[in-house]
Write a protein that binds this ligand. Structure first.
Ligand SMILES: [Zn+2]
Length: 391
């Protein structure tokens, strides 16, 4: 994990917000920390005599966020909301919006309350590959405790209000100076400090420790001696477009990692064990279409049938999303992502690329293990996540 802080660059930034923008961009530049809109950051400041949290606005990526990408929210309102026993995520979102001192700013991140609860000026949150990889295995909690002895470790709960309230309860008697950060199991990591540089460096150091642990305990050797001859692009585009109900674009991945991954024994079981961090589900769905020996039409029909059964198992009054797959793995050949646009297909591929490595590492740590199918459903059908995608 490279520390990208540069004194020469940093000296141009003097205000709290300028520094917040700078280190957010640094985090965003490492795709092993955050991908496509993932992660969030904040800084606490005083505006017109009032304590204000400036927190990443939704719709912004850390790599390119600017000052106007941060939403200014009254700290007191956020802290009051944290104490509530119950609050729906849509009420939380409207409460946060109402507490903004600039109504033209973007909507605050759904983790705003959690950022407010952390009594330090700068708060950094990422979905570090190395951290979630250690976390997403059968030995996850045990190993996380080993690698992060001074972190508060929070078992998986749904992001949004439930997570914020859980942290509120867990930290009632906590001496914050006794911990170096927070690990959200199966989700990501928080670091914080009153100094922007130190908060950033704590993140880099923590992730570097996780990487060393993986290097020592879960080294994956990708060998690519597999036959990666042609894919029938025309047929795949036709069959998947029909299933989706719109014309799709493909990302065809035949990298050494994709070939190695697609050649695994028991491919269906191996590659259907869930997502790397909760928000990925919106892009990838929980599992891919696996093509081993059936024809494509049958494979897609079976996928759709299984997706609908999954929906029925957990749905209360949700409306079923498009049941066709978002990516597929063809045995010994390729990993192919589908998007409405080429960009969307490429984003899905990026996420899958990081997930494949985590799955391979997780198996070296006793077996890859993501959040449960039910938790996955709750994330996939979260009203706020659906809203994010509509943008
Ligand atoms: Zn997160």
């Amino acid at each position: 994990m490279k520390n990208l802080w540069c004194d020469e660059e940093a000296k141009n930034f003097t205000t709290d917000l300028d520094l917040r923008v700078y280190t957010s961009n640094l985090l965003g530049r490492s795709d092993e920390l955050v991908l496509h809109g993932g992660g969030n950051t904040s800084v606490k400041t005083v505006i017109d005599g009032e304590d204000i949290l400036l927190v990443k606005g939704s719709g912004w990526d850390l790599i390119s966020i600017e000052a106007e990408g941060f939403a200014p929210v009254k700290m007191q309102t956020l802290l009051d909301m944290a104490k509530l026993k119950e609050l729906s995520d849509s009420d939380m979102v409207s409460g946060q919006k109402a507490a903004m001192i600039d109504k033209s700013a973007p909507n605050p991140s759904v983790e705003a309350i959690l950022h407010a609860l952390i009594p330090y000026k700068f708060v950094d949150h990422t979905h570090s590959d190395a951290v979630v990889t250690i976390s997403n295995s059968k030995t996850g909690i045990e190993n996380i405790k080993k690698v992060f002895p001074n972190f508060l470790i929070v078992p998986y709960v749904m992001p949004g209000f439930i997570l914020a309230h859980t942290i509120y309860e867990m930290t009632q008697d906590l001496d914050w100076s006794s911990i170096d950060g927070i690990i959200l199991h199966n989700h990501g990591i928080f670091t914080f400090d009153n100094d922007a540089k130190v908060s950033y460096e704590k993140m880099i150091e923590a992730v570097a420790n996780a990487e060393v642990f993986l290097e020592q305990n879960a080294r994956v050797n990708v060998q690519s001696s597999y036959d990666t001859s042609g894919c029938d692009i025309e047929k795949i585009t036709k069959v998947i477009s029909e299933a989706k109900g719109y014309q799709i674009h493909l990302n065809i991945n035949q990298s050494p990692l994709a070939s190695y991954y697609s050649a695994h024994d028991n491919l269906k079981e191996f590659a259907s064990r869930g997502i790397l961090t909760p928000e990925h589900i919106i892009r990838t769905k929980r599992v891919p279409l696996i093509m081993e020996d059936t024809n494509l039409e049958e494979g897609v029909a079976k996928y759709i049938e299984e997706y609908k059964a999954y929906f029925t198992r957990y749905a209360k009054d949700e409306i079923c999303l498009n049941p066709a797959p978002n990516y597929m793995i063809i045995k010994n050949l390729a990993v192919i992502s589908f998007g409405k646009t080429k960009k969307e297909a490429d984003i899905i591929n990026d996420i899958v690329e990081h997930t494949m490595m985590a799955v391979l590492c997780g198996d070296k740590l006793g077996g890859y293990k993501s959040i449960s199918e039910k938790d996955s459903f709750e994330m996939e059908y979260w009203e706020l996540e659906q809203a994010k995608l509509k943008k």
